[in-house]
Design a protein around this ligand. Structure first.
Ligand SMILES: [Zn+2]
Length: 141
């Protein structure tokens, strides 16, 4: 689905008129109407407000252009598994099991590897190879 359709669908789902939505995100009705016509896309600050208002990730608002994966454990992310900051906003880099209440659950790669080997029954060296490709565990430059 395209951003313009997603934005329109979410607005209607929340029973908001273009005017009402515009007021909530501190813009004009014309701005809202332009997104829905596909002429413009909300800027980053507005996307953050919309994400909070509708409780969906920015990636979803944009029509899921990226396949998000948790940068700690590598699992694919969707809006139900994406972690949140303590204020409730999404942190689209991590899953909610790796990043909880503003803190990383696995303090080092070994504690995550212990968990993976125990629950996924794979080869430790293989897991480590995959984890080292993720941002959270990549060797420092
Ligand atoms: Zn994770």
């Amino acid at each position: 689905m395209q951003t313009k359709d997603i934005l329109q669908e979410l607005r209607k789902k929340h029973n908001l008129t273009q005017d009402e939505l515009a007021e909530k995100v501190f813009l004009t009705r014309q701005a809202v109407s332009r997104w829905e016509a596909g002429e413009t896309v909300p800027n980053v600050e507005t996307l953050k407000l919309l994400s909070k208002l509708y409780d969906v990730s920015i990636n979803t608002l944009l029509g899921s252009p990226q396949k998000l994966i948790c940068q700690c454990c590598g699992m694919p992310l969707d809006d139900s598994s994406i972690s949140r900051e303590p204020d409730g906003s999404f942190n689209e880099e991590y899953c909610k099991w790796c990043y909880t209440n503003g803190e990383f659950v696995y303090k080092d790669i070994d504690s995550l590897l212990d968990f993976l080997v125990e629950h996924m029954h794979g080869d430790r060296a293989e897991f480590e190879k995959h984890l080292r490709m993720l941002k959270h565990w990549a060797p420092a430059e």
